[in-house]
Design a binder for this molecule. Structure first.
Ligand code: NAD
Length: 294
């Protein structure tokens, strides 16, 4: 069994780190929030005093941080993980960040003799806790095969998407589909209401017809048809609207720099901008139906 350092024990990272422990690895953890460190320490992990301490004496380091600037500040520079780790350390960044930052960090790690992949995830907090995430992985074959054992401990589907940054490219393309689809499902339920068609009936039909998608069958934005969807819990995240906006912004930055025409992606970003401005921080992204209804 390996020694694993884990940095970033938030909504997602906390559950993922626990699955590394369950798989029998030795775990050293760090987060700026002392409470989340204390929680997992009680379950068998060792608390590190800093990010650099978390990478000291370990074979593998896994990070699950909010955005590109956090990932760059943790990995790069004289005080970063890459400078502190021993050559050959396996580095797995699971955060959702921009493709450019991911490539910069993986390149710096590779040049320093590390085996690094970008490995963002699909699946929410429940999948992180259950170990059933989908990982989209970018990096060399060698780095991918080094990381696979640890990704297997945290996920059900591990897909090698291509060279460094390809995991992030897959993630933002996927989440651009998700944002657009959630708005399309919400609009359809609003139209059904106006037409006198019951929500349950639309669900029964569309979940077996060509309108079927994850936003409908797993995350239905009206209360009732999918008991576990945030619509049944006052639209509490779940997958926060602010996270959806972050991913839609990443998709539009990428579309602009790559010269791709994505008008529905752009419109979804604008709608989620408006929605996050008017809603609470813990609002789920499916709550956009309530803004569209007005
Ligand atoms: P979160 O805000 O709950 O957790 C991030 C954690 O990182 C926090 O505990 C924070 O204290 C810690 N952190 C920040 N900077 C740090 C630093 N310099 N050193 C150590 N710790 C630091 O976020 P989350 O919901 O767990 O999401 C993490 C990543 O996963 C994001 O990139 C997000 O886009 C992605 N993601 C989230 C979901 C979801 O459903 N929440 C789903 C898929 C992907």
């Amino acid at each position: 069994m390996a020694k694993v350092g884990f940095i970033g024990l938030g909504n997602m990272g906390g559950g993922m780190a626990r699955n590394i422990l369950k798989a029998g690895h030795e775990l050293k953890v760090f987060d700026l929030n002392a409470q989340v460190v204390a929680d997992i320490k009680g379950q068998g992990a060792t608390a590190a005093s800093s990010a650099v301490d978390a990478v000291t004496g370990v074979d593998v380091v896994i990070t699950m941080l909010p955005a590109g600037k956090h990932v760059k500040s943790v990995y790069l520079g004289p005080d970063g993980l890459i400078a502190a780790a021993v050559k050959g350390t396996i580095m797995i960044d699971c955060s959702t960040i921009d493709v450019e930052s991911a490539r910069e960090v993986v390149t710096a790690a590779t040049e320093a003799g590390m085996k690094m992949v970008d490995a963002p995830v699909s699946g929410g907090v429940a999948a992180a806790a259950a170990g059933s995430l989908t990982f989209m992985v970018g990096g060399t074959e060698d780095a991918f095969s080094g990381a696979k054992t640890y990704l297997d401990a945290m996920g059900a589907n591990i897909i090698h998407a291509g060279k460094a940054g390809s995991g992030q490219a897959a993630k933002i393309c996927n989440n651009m589909m998700l944002g657009i689809q959630m708005i399309s499902v919400a609009e359809a339920f609003i139209l059904a209401e106006k037409l006198g068609l019951e929500a349950d009936k639309l669900f029964d039909i569309s979940s077996k017809a060509s309108g079927q998608c994850w936003s409908l069958t797993s995350y239905c934005p009206v209360p009732g048809p999918v008991p576990t969807s945030p619509a049944n819990n006052d639209y509490k995240a779940g997958f926060a609207a602010a996270m959806m906006l972050k991913d839609l912004r990443l998709s539009q930055e990428a579309a602009q720099s790559a010269g791709a025409h994505t008008p529905l992606g752009a419109m979804s970003r604008d709608l989620y901008e408006k929605f996050t401005d008017m809603s609470a921080d813990d609002m789920d992204f499916s709550g956009i139906i309530n803004m569209l209804r007005k």
